[in-house]
Design a binder for this molecule. Structure first.
Ligand SMILES: [Fe+2]
Length: 346
């Protein structure tokens, strides 16, 4: 198979950031015939860096299809799991995301890199060491904060008590044993304490409904009490859309407040859904990562060690918000103002 030179170059740089070297084994995990071009290029890149590499390909069935919570093709596949746990690094193109199997692979000291965006997005949002520095700085701040508050001129005013849950950083590569990351990305996040989130969130036109890959068109007001959304109001279609979608899961835990953080990848674009012609192949990493967003979300908290595993998850990246950790100002009207995380203008 002919390899695209630009892809090989980009993936080689990505694996260099991941510290891949001779003597290591990089396993590329794929399902069916998905992402085969990316898989081949990653193997060629690993080989170029002197690492041993191969493709572990598994079969999707109806019960382990993408998006079925807690189910994926590695459940019960002992031999495949032994193989992955023996690797130095796994490139995950299947989607083990926060499953027990992923935790097991990480616990064996294997670094795991999730890749699920098409090449043009991997290139557009390609990570840097400076992005890592700023995302890890955000993580450190979140780990030491007791409270997160964010507001907006549209009427958002909400407070999260912090301290109960860990903090996860995502900057697009991983060089530490046992660490997971997502290529590409650019944010840190945590979860409010159980019952410890109260206030009002007003979604505005231009904020993003990741589940539908579309923009909010009409204001939606979410009232939050003790970590749960208790009211969804708004005159336009969006309030109705969100309410009906959440109701369809018939699960009261869908209304829980999920992870919270802010975006730091200056290469990510909030307007990506409007400019792309490949919406069906793209995931939502631009929306989750764009610089200065507040990544507000509803639903599960298992990825941070909680017990809410509802299948209803809404990521709602918001623009033009201001955010503080305790009394420390981080964002002002959708711009990063903290000097350690701000991108210097070029
Ligand atoms: Fe999320």
């Amino acid at each position: 198979m002919k390899l695209d030179a630009e892809m090989l170059d980009l993936f080689t740089r990505e694996l260099e950031l991941c510290g891949v070297k001779a003597g290591e084994t990089v396993v590329v995990l794929t399902a069916d015939d998905e992402w085969q071009e990316n898989a081949n290029a990653f193997m060629a890149a690993a080989g170029k860096l002197g690492a041993a590499t191969f493709n572990l390909n598994v079969r999707r069935t109806q019960t382990n299809a993408v998006g079925v919570q807690g189910r994926h093709p590695l459940v019960g596949n002992t031999l495949a799991m032994q193989t992955l746990k023996s690797a130095s690094m796994v490139i995950d193109m299947v989607g083990l995301l926060f499953s027990r199997e992923q935790a097991e692979i990480q616990a064996a000291g294997v670094r795991v890199l999730r890749v699920m965006e098409p090449f043009h997005i991997l290139k557009q949002m390609f990570p840097t060491e400076d992005l890592k520095r700023r995302v890890e700085y955000a993580k450190g701040l979140l780990e030491n904060a007791k409270q997160l508050r964010f507001t907006s001129k549209a009427g958002t005013e909400i407070v999260y008590k912090l301290g109960q849950y860990p903090v996860i950083s995502e900057y697009g590569y991983t060089s530490e044993p046992g660490r997971w990351d997502h290529f590409p990305s650019g944010f840190s996040f945590t979860q409010g304490d159980d019952g410890g989130v109260d206030g009002v969130v007003v979604l505005q036109p231009g904020d993003i409904l990741c589940a539908f890959k579309q923009y909010v068109q009409s204001p939606v007001t979410l009232r939050v009490k003790a970590g749960m959304v208790v009211d969804i109001a708004g005159d336009g279609a969006d309030a109705e859309l969100i309410r009906s979608y959440m109701d369809s899961f018939r699960d009261p835990r869908a209304f829980a407040i999920s992870h919270i953080g802010w975006g730091l990848n200056e290469k990510a674009r909030w307007y990506q859904f409007s400019v792309t012609r490949q919406l069906s192949s793209e995931h939502v990493m631009n929306a989750l990562s764009f610089y200065g967003n507040v990544l507000f979300s509803l639903g599960p908290n298992v990825e941070l060690g909680g017990t809410n595993d509802t299948a209803c998850h809404l990521d709602l990246p918001m623009r033009n918000c201001s955010l503080w950790l305790d009394d420390l100002e981080i964002l002002r009207d959708g711009d990063v103002v903290h000097p350690e995380m701000r991108v210097s203008p070029t």
